[in-house]
Design a protein around this ligand. Structure first.
Ligand SMILES: [Zn+2]
Length: 410
């Protein structure tokens, strides 16, 4: 390692991000599904860079890349992911990995910095094969049976086949060593428009929202669409449509300031133009950082369902099929991001929850975790036009490096 401490280099951060954008390029974004050729080349790219930061690189048996340091002193874990959604943006994932790499390059060789930043790229954050498979493996929450069951959502290929094809089958999976890390820090694009619309540079993430999902089923009576008079119909599809509209009318009176809800799928049974649907189903999702808000909204859903059933035409059943407790970000890490923002981003920061899921919520189950957001132009993400201004990318990187420095110095 050089004796001269290396300086923060914003141009180097941008050059690295553009190098990753050049692997699997699609229009101005990228197409890098998990275990695609472009994804694997991106992992190799990172593994080649890690020694520049004094880190020993390994790609483990589930596709996580980990850079570990032999330097004495506290270790801070930092990273994000390198695969993308299909035909999506260039910054979702790589931004956090390159920020972590830059922090390691600046801080690890510096003899005045006690300890080191260790870099991670978590596999399959975008869920091509499952849900946070890479980070769950690292924290010890993924079994061999989970991997046996994982399938590519875009092809019949199993995860086992994919691991074999890319040469990772049989490698050990890296596991977190309890007590090794003082915490985990992840940077990400906001993927919303809060920062841009307020002229802010940094989002200090307070929590990652929980996701609750419901299957709402409507029972009516299947019948002939030509001979059944309107007055006596028991149309389950119509009841479902009315229910959706009623949710939108009544939820605003009971929700929190940042609650969001979505009907993502509707099924009519039998689903034919000349048959009145006798059965209908909707998949309905609510996201919020406060379980009390979710509990209130779930009560409201159930009482609305009971009212419709009491009217006698159709019966409605509400079944909760997924619950997710929100992950709270560590208070001391939030403070470190905020003070670094005061010094290096003119104080243009705001505390905010994350409406999207991130690997930090998995790491938060075993160590203090924190997240920092940078603005997304137009709030657009999961699309190839996703972008962030160069100046915001560089400011975010500087704040990230200085946050790492503060955390290691505590
Ligand atoms: Zn992401």
């Amino acid at each position: 390692m050089p004796d001269q401490p290396s300086q923060f280099d914003g141009a180097r951060v941008l050059a690295d991000l553009h190098a990753l954008r050049g692997i699997g390029a699609y229009k101005t974004g990228v197409h890098k599904p998990t275990f695609s050729e472009a994804h694997m080349r991106s992992l190799a790219w990172l593994a080649e860079r890690l020694p520049e930061a004094g880190l020993a690189a390994e790609i483990d048996g589930i596709g996580n890349v980990l850079g570990t340091s032999a330097k004495s002193g506290p270790k801070l874990l930092a990273g994000s992911h390198l695969e993308s959604q299909n035909y999506a943006g260039w910054l979702d994932g790589p931004l956090g990995v390159v920020y972590a790499l830059e922090a390691a390059r600046v801080l690890n060789p510096d003899p005045k910095v006690g300890g080191a930043v260790e870099v991670a790229s978590w596999c399959d954050e975008e869920g091509h094969f499952g849900s946070f498979l890479g980070s769950r493996s690292y924290v010890g929450a993924l079994t061999e049976a989970d991997i046996d069951a994982a399938r590519d959502r875009n092809s019949p290929r199993s995860m086992r086949d994919a691991l074999r094809e890319v040469g990772l089958a049989g490698r050990p999976r890296a596991r977190a060593m309890r007590g090794r890390h003082i915490g985990y820090l992840e940077a990400h694009i906001e993927q919303g428009e809060t920062l841009e619309s307020s002229g802010l540079a940094i989002g200090v993430v307070t929590s990652i929202v929980g996701i609750w999902q419901y299957k709402i089923s409507f029972e009516g009576e299947q019948n002939h669409a030509g001979t059944t008079r309107m007055a006596i119909r028991r149309d389950a599809g119509l009841a479902l449509a009315r229910f959706c509209v009623e949710i939108d009318d009544r939820f605003p009176g009971a929700c929190g300031p940042r609650t969001v809800w979505t009907t993502g799928q509707i099924t009519l049974d039998p689903g034919a133009p000349s048959i009145i649907p006798g059965h209908a189903e909707m998949l309905f999702q609510i996201r919020d950082a406060d379980p009390a808000v979710i509990a209130r909204l779930e009560d409201l859903l159930r009482s609305m369902a009971a009212d419709v059933t009491a009217q006698g035409r159709c019966s409605v059943a509400v079944e909760c099929i997924r619950t997710g407790a929100p992950a709270l970000m560590d208070g001391a890490i939030q403070e470190a991001i905020e003070t670094a923002s005061a010094d290096f981003a003119g104080g243009r920061s705001i505390r905010m929850p994350s409406g999207a899921g991130h690997d930090a919520q998995i790491l938060a189950t075993i160590m203090p975790a924190g997240m920092l957001f940078v603005p997304s132009i137009g709030g657009i993400s999961h699309h190839w036009t996703e972008n962030t201004a160069d100046a915001d990318i560089v400011t975010g990187a500087r704040v990230f490096v200085e946050t790492c420095r503060r955390l290691l110095a505590r």
